[in-house]
Design a binder for this molecule. Structure first.
Ligand code: EPZ
Length: 417
């Protein structure tokens, strides 16, 4: 359990390097078991979710070592195809190991990943894609028992884009005989990053970043080196903080094209934004105006993970800001905590309406989830007085040394464990 002590009223100034992307690192770490090989990763963020994935890899028999942001995974010793229930509960997105283990071992056993703070997190699209490739998947006693003597290429058409299901299908398809075409695939930059890694691993994969991904097989390399892309949601978080607290912040390593919808909304709020290929600079006086409605959806629409961050930045914006959350059912829980700071937010189903208030006032709050916790920190930075945030480890799942990063920019933030 941590408590974040955030004192508002300070402008954010300076330049920071954006950490490696959590949602690129996790699937790539799973992909490292596709074949017996040594994987060298750089720019791997220091996060709880990454630590949990390391424990899963070691539990499978892989050797994993870390040196700062460098990680080496040796999957030649892989000897098990089972993920313990406790680790599945800690990290529901480890369902991504299904495709990689089926490809490597022809079998996999893991417990059904539960829902989370964002609402139910079904995996029906993952399972239907793997069954299309020839896997048999039985549910018994809350466990998924998967077998695939032989994976065969297939045409997979998703009814809706799913990041995890697309990744699972790509990984399993690497070991399938013949060609696999994945239609209505998720187009997130993290999917393109996975394709880059799989190509280095020796897979014939194309189309990532478009709605149609094709996988034609795989001749495994023995060693792979890869640098994880910058985290576009952490970049969005830092810019939303600077927008609402006021300041002049430059993010080194951020790729503007990966979160252009967030940048567009921030400029609608009145921020000055200077984009370069590998950096973004934002200047703000802190007095924002309401942007046009923020409507989340699969990439390239506004990212659902940035919705809480943008909403927090708009709490004092002049006018009325409207947010429509189309991806997760339960992603407005954090707004109740923001109202404790004096925010005026009305939620109705998938819509949240924010009426700008002249000031926010620090208060004790509780972090409900990863991005909701980050939203509270953003709000605290532009509130008068001190905001304390009780956090049962949500923020450190996705933000590396976030208190230090914010202090580097002049914020008054302390995290007490
Ligand atoms: C990934 O989750 C990310 N996690 C999420 O980030 C992100 O919010 C989400 O993609 C959307 O961009 C990782 O990459 C580890 P989905 P994922 O499958 O793959 C429904 C964060 O904050 N669905 O694209 O689980 C699902 O319920 C996390 O870092 C099914 O119905 O998301 C949701 O409504 C939070 N059946 C929608 O699709 C399925 O089989 C999109 O989910 C799978 C998903």
């Amino acid at each position: 359990m941590s408590v974040w002590h955030v004192t508002g009223g300070r402008r954010l100034e300076g330049s920071v390097t954006v950490q490696g992307a959590k949602n690129a690192a996790l699937p790539i770490m799973a992909a490292s078991v596709l074949a017996p090989c040594e994987t060298e990763l750089l720019n791997v963020p220091l996060l709880k979710d990454v630590d949990t994935t390391v424990r899963i890899l070691r539990g499978l028999g892989c050797a994993v070592s870390r040196d700062g942001d460098a990680m080496t995974i040796d999957s030649r010793g892989l000897s098990r195809a089972e993920i313990p229930h406790s680790l599945m509960r800690e990290l529901r997105s480890s369902v991504i190991f299904l495709g990689a283990l089926l490809a490597r071992c022809g079998e996999a056993r893991l417990s059904m990943p539960g829902g989370c703070e964002l609402g139910p997190r079904p995996i029906d699209l993952h399972l239907s894609a793997l069954r299309a490739l020839g896997a048999s998947i039985e549910e018994s006693g809350g466990d998924l028992v998967c077998r695939a003597e032989k994976l065969k290429g297939a045409q997979i058409a998703f009814p809706m884009p799913s990041v995890g299901a697309t990744e699972n299908a790509m990984l399993a398809a690497c070991a399938a005989e013949g060609e696999t075409v994945i239609m209505n695939a998720a187009r997130e930059p993290e999917i393109e990053e996975l394709q880059l890694f799989l190509r280095q691993l020796g897979a014939d994969v194309s189309g990532a970043g478009t709605p149609t991904v094709t996988v034609r097989g795989f001749t495994s390399a023995k060693r792979v080196g890869h640098r994880i892309m910058p985290d576009r949601i952490v970049a969005s978080t830092l810019l939303c903080a600077a927008a609402s607290a006021g300041g002049d912040v430059e993010l080194r390593g951020a790729e503007p094209r990966h979160f252009s919808t967030v940048l567009h909304s921030l400029s609608e709020c009145g921020c000055d934004i200077i984009e370069r290929r590998l950096s973004v600079r934002l200047r703000s006086g802190g007095n924002l105006r309401a942007p046009r409605p923020v409507i989340t959806g699969p990439y390239p629409a506004f990212p659902t993970d940035a919705q809480p961050l943008m909403l927090a930045a708009c709490l004092r914006a002049a006018g009325t800001s409207v947010f429509v959350e189309n991806v997760f059912q339960n992603r407005f829980r954090f707004t109740e905590e923001l109202c404790r700071l004096g925010a005026r937010i009305h939620t109705e189903g998938r819509v949240a309406v924010v009426t700008g208030v002249p000031a926010l006032y620090g208060a004790p709050t509780v972090a409900t989830d990863l991005r909701g916790g980050a939203a509270l920190i953003i709000a605290g930075l532009s509130a008068e007085g001190r905001t304390d945030i009780l956090d049962e480890g949500h923020v450190s799942r996705g933000y590396e040394l976030f208190d230090e990063r914010l202090r580097e920019l002049g914020a008054e933030v302390m995290r007490e464990d």
